[in-house]
Design a protein around this ligand. Structure first.
Ligand SMILES: *Cc1c(COP(=O)(O)O)cnc(C)c1O
Length: 442
């Protein structure tokens, strides 16, 4: 990559990671159990990691990194937080899966309902994917309609009918973006650009009475961070209400992250149904769907919308979630905001000093940077037009300097409450050096 650089280039030893990755590829598809872990998006071999502690993660060779992946957003308190581990240990002593309802499920549901005024009843599931699947099944049952509207660049898990790329025209039915998804299955999925309320309006003008729901990440976090433009979420609320469709907020990332009550608290817009996941499991597998009682009651056993799960509401995830949520004080959100804004300011300044053209988007502790000349990044095509090669260079320069960013420009950089001023300073210094190296290599 950068040959004639003057900046010191730390050399990493990655022998053990390489050895284990070679072994992994013999038994795991692509050496991973979830695709972005493979580092294919940054053209290299993945790190194999061994343990995490607070804001740090350690690879198989013992290298320490400041971790900005943070379990893809699940770890708002950082790795191995003591209170969470203690809660889980105490629960473990009483058994692992009890097979019937346990008080911990009630306690976590009560906390969610308290934090989210739009939620009257909760159903726990095991992943964000299941939460989105259940929410859409409910919306279709409640409205008796088939079609669903989603946004380009929003991710709601790996459901067949949500794996759609953009259609070329508005109100055009999308093609499957994944092999193995028959065209009929995505025929009822309409995809429009994020932040484009006019496009939503015109789709509803054509097909409104057939649309069961609009599902949206109220702050997009799966194409990098793309916040909603002012009025966008309000417009979705108004249009869906006017046409008798349901509004689903997928707050799997944003729930308990941007505020205790998620993006719906931050922007003051109430959806009919909410998907949760990640943070509410305190580092263990989880998902949840919640919303108005009238809709939620359609689920079995009270209604006729079938949904079930052997491990749903398992005591381990419940107790880790409860312990996590109980530590999410107003002061903690202030601290996250302070650290994240310090990080953003530092990154912007470092880029300026090296003449790197970047744009940052941030909402609280969700942050991303795009190599672009644009003054705004508001949707998927804006994101796509950013310079991926530059990001790849940045990613590896940061790895060399002991800072782990998500290995894709389309994933969110997460700050946790275990990060502190010193760690952020260390990261900003690494960014400054990395931008300099990239600049000289250009
Ligand atoms: C991570 C994510 C999902 C899927 O959650 P899994 O637990 O990985 O199935 C769904 N929606 C959003 C917004 C996500 O970020």
């Amino acid at each position: 990559m950068a040959k004639s650089v003057t900046v010191k280039q730390p050399i990493l030893r990655l022998e053990e990671s390489r050895r284990q990755y070679a072994r992994a590829t013999r038994v795991l598809v692509g050496g991973v159990n979830s695709p972005v872990r493979s580092f294919m998006s940054v053209g290299g071999e993945p790190l194999i990691v061994e343990r995490g502690e607070g804001p740090f993660i350690y690879d198989a060779d013992g290298n320490e990194y400041v971790d900005f992946i943070c379990g893809w957003g699940a770890l708002i308190l950082g790795h191995a937080r003591r209170e969470v581990l203690q809660a889980v240990q105490a629960t473990l002593e009483k058994g692992t899966i009890l097979g019937l309802t346990n008080e911990l499920e009630i306690e976590l549901a009560e906390r969610i309902i308290e934090a989210f005024p739009s939620i009257e009843l909760v159903r726990f599931v095991n992943s964000g994917t299941e939460a989105a699947m259940t929410a859409i099944r409910l919306a279709r049952a409640y409205t008796g309609r088939r079609k669903i509207l989603k946004f380009e660049g929003c991710y709601h898990g790996h459901l067949d009918y949500l794996l759609t790329k953009a259609g070329s025209g508005l109100a055009t039915y999308s093609l499957p973006a994944s092999d193995g998804v028959p065209e009929e299955i995505t025929r009822d999925t309409i995809t429009v650009p994020y932040n484009d309320a006019d496009a939503v309006e015109s789709v509803f003008k054509q097909a409104g009475p057939e649309i069961a729901c609009v599902i949206v990440e109220p702050i997009a976090g799966n194409m990098g961070v793309v916040p909603p433009k002012q009025g966008f979420l309000e417009a979705l609320r108004e249009i869906t209400e006017r046409y008798g469709s349901l509004l689903i907020f997928d707050e799997v990332i944003t729930g308990f992250r941007v505020a205790r009550g998620g993006a719906q608290e931050l922007y003051g817009v109430r959806p009919d149904l909410t998907c949760l996941g990640k943070i509410i499991g305190g580092g263990f597998p989880i998902g949840a769907v919640g919303g108005r009682a009238e809709i939620m009651k359609l689920l079995t056993p009270t209604g006729r919308v079938y949904q079930a799960g052997t491990f749903s509401g398992n005591p381990i995830s419940m107790s880790a979630g409860i312990a996590t949520i109980d530590l999410l004080t107003p002061q903690l959100y202030e601290r996250l905001e302070h650290l994240s804004s310090t990080l953003e300011r530092g990154v912007v300044e470092a880029a300026k000093n090296s003449n790197a053209n970047i744009l940052t988007n941030r909402v609280g502790s969700m942050f991303s940077l795009f190599f672009t000349d644009r003054r705004r990044v508001e949707n998927y095509s804006d994101v796509q037009s950013s310079d991926r090669a530059r990001f790849t260079q940045l990613f590896w320069e940061m790895v060399r300097r002991g800072v782990l960013l998500p290995p894709s420009p389309f994933e969110t950089i997460f700050v946790s409450a275990s990060h502190d001023e010193a760690v952020v300073k260390r990261a900003v210094e690494a960014f400054a050096e990395a931008f300099r190296v990239i600049g000289e290599a250009a």
